[in-house]
Design a protein around this ligand. Sequence first.
Ligand SMILES: Nc1ncnc2c1ncn2[C@@H]1O[C@H](COP(=O)(O)OP(=O)(O)O)[C@@H](O)[C@H]1O
Ligand SMILES: [Mg+2]
Length: 221
Amino acid sequence: MDDALVRAEGAGKRYGSGSGAVTALRAVTLAVAPGEFVALMGRSGCGKTTLLNLLGAMDTPTAGEIWLAGQRTSSLSDNDLTALRRRSVGFVFQAFHLLPTLSVRENIEVPLLLAGLPLGARARELTERVELAHKLEAFPHQLSGGEQQRAALARALAHHPPLVIADEPTGNLDSHSAARIMELLAGLAGEAGAAVIMATHSTEAARWATRIIEMSDGEVV
Ligand SMILES: Nc1ncnc2c1ncn2[C@@H]1O[C@H](COP(=O)(O)OP(=O)(O)O)[C@@H](O)[C@H]1O
Ligand SMILES: [Mg+2]
């Protein structure tokens, strides 16, 4: 029996080969259930982003296994891995990563297009939820950092992914904008029943989590 949405079984990651190889992650085992909100904490370089990339099917492990939505990611072809990721995961990044030539509405619609879903009024609905309805047709450079991250949050949730991966989502924000992002992330993911796995250095941000996982030197401690 397995109620986990995503599971790491002795998952490890080495970058490079030979004398230049770096072991970024060693034998991590953990499971995250639907609706959980997990914070990954630990100093810079301890492997948080590497683990998020494995859990979110951005990359595959070089040791052990990752299971996401019932699929073992290392057994999938690149195309199947991409399809799994587009269907199952929404991403929020520290530097927002909105596409600069697309409007807020178009940015939010990208995951819908990639997943082959109808656009409908989803972008409008989500911008209302994140208080950006007045910026629907604006471009990223016309938004403040907090507004850009609210748009990125709307984009991450657009296709109703069961898993949201957030890599230091408040790292580039002032404390007021950070608090607003965390409230929206927890609120929207909670309503959608989505699991959230978030790397953060912020104890304020981690207070929103239902579970905190500490990492050190590529391991869960
Ligand atoms: N693509 C890569 N190639 C080589 N080394 C990498 C790569 N990505 C990360 N690393 C190394 O792996 C370790 C873990 O990095 P990372 O997962 O980014 O940590 P964190 O997100 O906790 O700061 C670090 O030593 C980092 O330099
Ligand atoms: Mg990182």
